[in-house]
Each structure stands twice: as C-alpha cells, then as structure tokens.
Design a protein around this ligand. Structure first.
Ligand SMILES: [Zn+2]
Length: 125
C-alpha cells in the first residue's frame, strides 16, 4: 500500500513531497515548499531542510539543532491555515519528548529565486 503523504495532502508520498525532498522536482509554490519541509521534519531530512532555507538565512539554523528537533518530537499532522503566493500560515501538531501535545502555529515567508522556493523567515504565535 502506498504511504499517504506526511503533509496531509491526501496524495501519496511518492507523488507529493518525496520527489521534492529528494531533489527530483522543485516545489512549484510556497505551499508545496512548506508542505515538503513539514514532511522533511517528519522524516529527519535535515539536508533538504537546510537547502530549502534561503541562503542568507541559513546561518541562523544549525544542522544538529534541526536534526534534534525533528527527531525528538512525534509529528502528528499539518494544517494549512492560510496560503498565498509567498506567505503560508500553518499549524503543526506534535508530541514533544515528554509526550506533551504541542501545536506549533507559524506564519512563514517564502522566497523564490532561480525557480526554487525557499523558506525565508517565520513568525511563531
Ligand atoms: Zn506532501
């Protein structure tokens, strides 16, 4: 049976976020970029998470911190609250390492450069 995508798109993973995470296909919108980044968190795909962060912003993130955050939490679901050309507001539901339910509510800004969508910055509520 095909794995449904972790981003809750109701598509199968191989036709949704997987080709984007593996670099076979570019995200075609900020929302696709956001969804693929959520799936990358679920899977601990740290290289993709850094590569899809806008180059000038990467210095604010460390590979080890991203890896720890992606792995110590149990990711439950993604809910897109608002989606526009370059702003996506979402809620990511997860259990933290002490099994506490967390809802991470963020409004993220994305930028497109050379036909590649990048996460630029996020405002966490
Ligand atoms: Zn997906």
């Amino acid at each position: 049976m095909n794995q449904l995508c972790y981003c809750n798109s109701d598509k199968v993973f191989e036709k949704c976020c997987q080709p984007i995470i593996l670099g076979f296909k570019n995200a075609t919108s900020a929302e696709e970029c956001m969804r693929s980044r959520y799936s990358a968190y679920v899977l601990g795909e740290v290289d993709y998470l850094l590569n899809s962060t806008f180059p000038s912003q990467r210095r604010y993130y460390s590979k080890s911190e991203i890896k720890a955050w992606s792995q110590e939490n149990t990711w439950q679901k993604l809910e897109i609250i608002f989606s526009s050309f370059d702003i996506i507001e979402f809620k990511a539901y997860y259990l933290d390492k002490s099994n506490k339910q967390i809802i991470h509510h963020e409004k993220s800004k994305f930028k497109n450069e050379n036909n590649f969508w990048y996460f630029y910055s996020g405002e966490v509520f």
